[in-house]
Each structure stands twice: as C-alpha cells, then as structure tokens.
Write a protein that binds this ligand. Structure first.
Ligand SMILES: *Cc1c(COP(=O)(O)O)cnc(C)c1O
Length: 421
C-alpha cells in the first residue's frame, strides 16, 4: 500500500489556504533520497548527480538538491538560465541537449556547463561558431553514445536504442574524440540513456558494463582515458504499489562491482561516475492533491475532480498508472469501480480507469501519487486551464508556497491587440 507523506488533516489545512488542485513535495523525502544516492556512490571519488531539471523545474526543489551536493542537467536555454539564477556554477551543470540551437550552445559555453554532444555533425557546427560567434571549445566535453540495436537484460528487451533520435554511433563517437582533440578539447566523458523508468536494480550495472567496456575500446583506439562516464537517468519508481522499489544501495554496489571488474582491472581507477536522475529523485516525493467536484453514473461511475490532465499528463499521454489514495478512507471496507476524470473536453482526461476505490463522495480529497517528477513540468494550458500551485512540505511540517497558481492574467499576458485588464 502506498502511504501519502501528508495526513488528511494536514492536507485539509493546506487546502484551506491554497485551494486544490496543487502539487505538494516532501522536503524530508527529497533530502533523504539525495543522501542515499550520494552514499551509494561514495566509493567513487568525483561522483556527482546532475538532477534532470526537466523533471521538476522549480527553484525551491533545485535549491534543496543543491544543498545536498547535486548539480543540474539542462537541455534548454531557460533551464540553463534558471539554474544559473539558482546559483549553480558551470561546473555543476551538464548540458545534455539535442537538436541544439546555436544560442543554447553559446550560453552553455559562457556559463562553463559541460556540453554533452548529441550529434557528431555538431562538431562542424560548433567549429563554425568559433568563427562567427566567438564560441570556444571547452577543455572538457562529453559525447552521447547510442549503441543501436536493442537494449536487453537477459532475455528481456528494455528499449530500442536503434529507434532513438539521441546520441551517436560508436564509430562517430571515436572519430568525434579525435576531431575534438584537434580543436583543443583535452578531457572527455561519455553519456548514454538506454532505458526509461526501469524497475530493476540491474539497469545501471548493465549499462555501466557496456560503457566501461567501451571506455577500454576508446582508450585503445584513441589513446584517451575518459575522465567520466555519465549513466544519465532511467532508474524508475514503483508507480504500482505491487512493484518492488529500486534499492539505490544495491544499484551503487552493482556499478562498483563492474567498475572494479572492467576498469580497475585494466588500470583505470580515476574515472568519475555521473548520473542525471530525475524520476528516481523526485517522483515519489510529490503528490497531486485534488478535490472531488462531482459524481456521475452512466455506463460507468465517474468521479470528477478539480485537477485534469493539464496538471498531470502522464495517464492521458502514456496511459501511465498513478496510484490514488482517498484521504481518510484508507481503511474503508466497501469499494466501487470508478473512472477518475478531469474536466477537459477530451475523453482521455482520466487519472484512473475502472479502478477499485473506496466509496467516494463529493468534497473528498484525493491524492494522486508519484507526481514529483514529470508531473507539473509536463503541464499545459489546454481548454484555457491554468497551471496549479506547487507547495513544499518543509521538514518542520509547515507548508510553503513555492509557485503560485496561475491567474487569468497570466494566460492573457502574451496575447497582443486586446486589453484584458
Ligand atoms: C529526461 C532525462 C533525464 C532524466 O530521466 P529520468 O527518467 O527522469 O531519470 C536524464 N538525462 C537526460 C538527457 C534526459 O533527457
């Protein structure tokens, strides 16, 4: 069973001040997660987590992670800008973009972020920027690897790198290192993201083995010993209560074992491990709080809530499962099968389909679990729905508004030719 990190009383008190719907985050849980991660990789000197900003682009959250020693992984101009304004130094920024506009490369270089090159072709592009825009090749660069084929663990196919737009081939990456050396780059790292939301402790160790073996091949073919390997994101969470949670200590030890087995045995013992986890760091530490507006019965029973897919897109977009708790009814013996819906004029605006839940009445508070990553950030404004507030449940138990809800003025702000004031 999934237990919310707030009680019904706490949530009713917060909702009295900040009307639903809102996302709420658990500071204590976030700090504990970051500490567990850093501990799991403490065997590796130079280890660093670069939190994937796109998962939860909220300064108050980034600040907590910064205090816990994490950097940021950015993929756009505004993510870089926000990270800079939040006090992250260039050395704490990874820039893992793709199809990257010129302005973003220039800004990343100016900030001193580590550019993680997605395409071999961009080396020539960057070289042209040295002439037209004063771009300077940094001393350290990263290259994103796509091995092609399928990524399998045992007999289980986890994902299809061959279909993925990201990264470059093995030959391109090796040639890329040689090209970049001639352009003044001295230190190199590689990055690869081969499967998303993996609920297994074996993903990182398997990915690490492939990348460590590649590091040996790179050394052999170019003479370059890599400075770091970025295992990127992809460690998942148990959205479904029956799934087993990943154990980061076991994952860290798994990578450690492969590190010794492949790298140390071949004389490489200074290589740094980086990660860019988003979902694993934040998803379980955020909830979407929403109140039941209406109950409707036709061919099914519908529970209409005040949140909709604009607040949490994953169910509508990926048909993703998010667990739901009806606050105060956790121990009810009676139940019914319902669809939990938002109010968009879209039939896929459903947080749950034919889900067995306690008997729900109008006015009940529901929490939708595991919305701390790729939740608020994937939000949009369809049907002129406004973005919700975000609230931080601080370690002392008090609630702090960290992003106010949008107002109609915000929606109108970019419209030209009309005065809506
Ligand atoms: C999205 C993304 C991440 C984070 O992925 P999670 O699944 O949230 O861990 C990390 N790195 C890159 C380059 C990404 O695009």
């Amino acid at each position: 069973m999934k237990k919310p990190f707030v009680t019904k009383n706490q949530l009713e008190n917060i909702a009295a001040k900040y009307p639903t719907p809102f996302h709420i985050y658990d500071e204590k849980g976030i700090r504990e997660k970051a500490r567990a991660l850093n501990k799991a990789f403490s065997w590796n000197k130079g280890y660093k987590e670069f939190f994937a900003v796109k998962a939860t682009p909220t300064p108050a959250i980034l600040k907590i992670l910064h205090e816990e020693g994490c950097g940021v992984d950015c993929a756009s101009y505004v993510e870089l800008l926000m990270s800079d304004k939040c006090g992250f130094d260039g050395s704490e920024m990874m820039f893992s973009s793709n199809d990257t506009p010129k302005e973003e490369y220039l800004f990343a270089e100016k900030l001193g972020a580590t550019i993680n090159l997605d395409a071999y072709e961009h080396i020539v592009f960057l070289k042209s920027l040295t002439k037209t825009d004063g771009f300077k090749f940094p001393k350290t660069m990263s290259l994103r690897y796509n091995p092609g084929g399928v990524f399998a663990m045992g007999t289980k196919i986890m994902d299809n790198p061959e279909d993925s737009k990201f990264g470059m081939t093995k030959d391109q990456l090796i040639q890329g290192i040689l090209d970049l050396q001639k352009l003044g780059v001295e230190q190199f790292g590689i990055h690869s993201f081969l499967a998303s939301n993996t609920v297994t402790n074996d993903y990182y160790p398997e990915l690490a083995r492939q990348l460590f073996e590649f590091a040996l091949e790179i050394r052999q073919k170019t003479g370059v010993t890599l400075d770091f390997i970025n295992l990127s994101g992809g460690i998942g969470v148990n959205y479904r209560p029956e799934e087993v949670t990943n154990d980061i200590a076991v994952i860290g030890e798994g990578v450690h074992h492969v590190y010794d087995d492949v790298l140390v045995k071949n004389g490489i013992d200074q290589l740094k491990i980086y990660t860019e986890l988003g979902r694993f760091m934040l998803a379980p530490h955020g909830l979407l709080a929403t109140r039941v507006l209406h109950k409707k019965k036709t061919y099914r029973t519908y529970i209409g809530v005040d949140a909709s897919a604009v607040n949490l897109m994953r169910p509508a977009f990926y048909d993703a499962y998010h667990h739901i708790t009806v606050m105060g009814k956790e121990n009810d013996k009676t139940s019914e099968i319902v669809d939990v819906t938002g109010s968009l004029c879209e039939n896929n605006d459903k947080f749950a389909k034919e889900r067995e839940l306690p008997i729900i009445e109008e006015g009940d508070l529901l929490v939708i679990h595991d919305t701390g990553a790729h939740g608020f950030s994937m939000g949009y404004q369809y049907n002129a729905k406004l973005r919700s507030a975000e609230i931080l449940l601080q370690e002392d138990g008090s609630a702090k508004l960290i992003r106010r809800a949008e107002k109609p003025e915000d929606y109108f702000a970019t419209l030209m030719g009309y005065d809506f004031s």
